[in-house]
Design a protein around this ligand. Structure first.
Ligand code: MLT
Length: 268
């Protein structure tokens, strides 16, 4: 499906019925296709919405940096257009940066937060400079080198065989150069969300792959420790793209957590 947000054509999936609605937000430079197994698994019991962030997947790109706040505003507009009411937002990696920006700006639109393979901190000067250099390269040469660099690092070491790697590359193939450049510049300038983690009172689940080398599990452990009452799940034999790589284990943990979230609290 498609809609128009801020003058851009934005692609999204909207399937199923049932509360709470789930909003799945993909990472960089991926697309909503990364959540295919989750859409299949959860749409029988929930309304499941999964957009392509601007400039990625099938969504149109804008010029210049795309801040995490801008991505978050796009999501808020989409939810308003769809009339979902409050959602559980599941954000992977850059989608987690967006989730934290969304939580800051629109807590009333959330009933829970699931932070997958992500972190709250901002880029240090070196990491930010590297992202800006990559953005400049994407502008002059296109997205191929970013895809070649990122795809193998999405999977657990040793799991990046031909088939799996091909599938991960396919999730990145449709990204526009301007979209990749905008997201890189946006990530480079994102603020540090760490100081406000202690004030997040939403039910929160943090999930990581045990073998994530892009954002190591220690980051997820720190995130879970800093958010009051947050749960942590570490999934074995999974790298950065844990929901894709170990979809069944990921879906089981998420379903169990959602079950606890919606279970009536014991009387007395
Ligand atoms: C992602 O998967 O979204 C990226 O690895 C995030 C990042 O580069 O910080």
């Amino acid at each position: 499906m498609h809609t128009t947000i801020d003058g851009l054509r934005v692609a999204y999936t909207d399937q199923g019925q049932g509360l709470p609605p789930l909003l799945f937000v993909h990472g960089f430079p991926l697309s909503r296709e990364a959540w295919r197994s989750q859409v299949e698994a959860f749409a029988p019991a929930h309304r499941v919405v999964a957009p392509d962030l601007r400039g990625l997947g099938e969504s149109e790109a804008s010029e210049g940096p795309t801040s995490m706040a801008r991505f978050a505003e796009d999501l808020a507009i989409l939810l308003q257009q769809l009339g979902t009411g409050p959602v559980v937002l599941v954000g992977h990696s850059m989608g987690g940066y967006v989730a934290l920006a969304f939580q800051d700006r629109h807590p009333e639109l959330l009933s829970g937060l699931v932070l997958v393979g992500t972190r709250a901190g901002s880029d240090g000067p070196e990491a930010a400079a590297k992202r800006r250099a990559t953005a400049a390269r994407v502008r002059s040469e296109g997205t191929a080198s970013v895809i070649e660099d990122m795809a193998p690092r999405m999977l657990a070491a040793g799991a990046a065989d031909g088939d799996r790697l091909g599938q991960v590359r396919a999730l990145m193939q449709s990204a526009r150069a301007a979209g990749v450049e905008g997201a890189l510049l946006g990530m480079a300038e994102r603020p540090d969300a760490t100081p406000r983690l202690g004030r997040i009172w939403l039910p929160t689940l943090v999930i990581t792959g045990a073998e994530d080398t892009l954002i190591p599990p220690s980051e997820s452990e720190a995130l879970a420790r800093s958010i009051p009452g947050a749960d942590l799940e570490i999934i074995p034999d999974a790298g950065h793209l844990v929901a894709f790589e170990q979809a069944e284990a990921f879906n089981d943990r998420l379903a169990a957590w959602l079950g606890r979230l919606t279970a009536p609290s014991p009387a007395g």
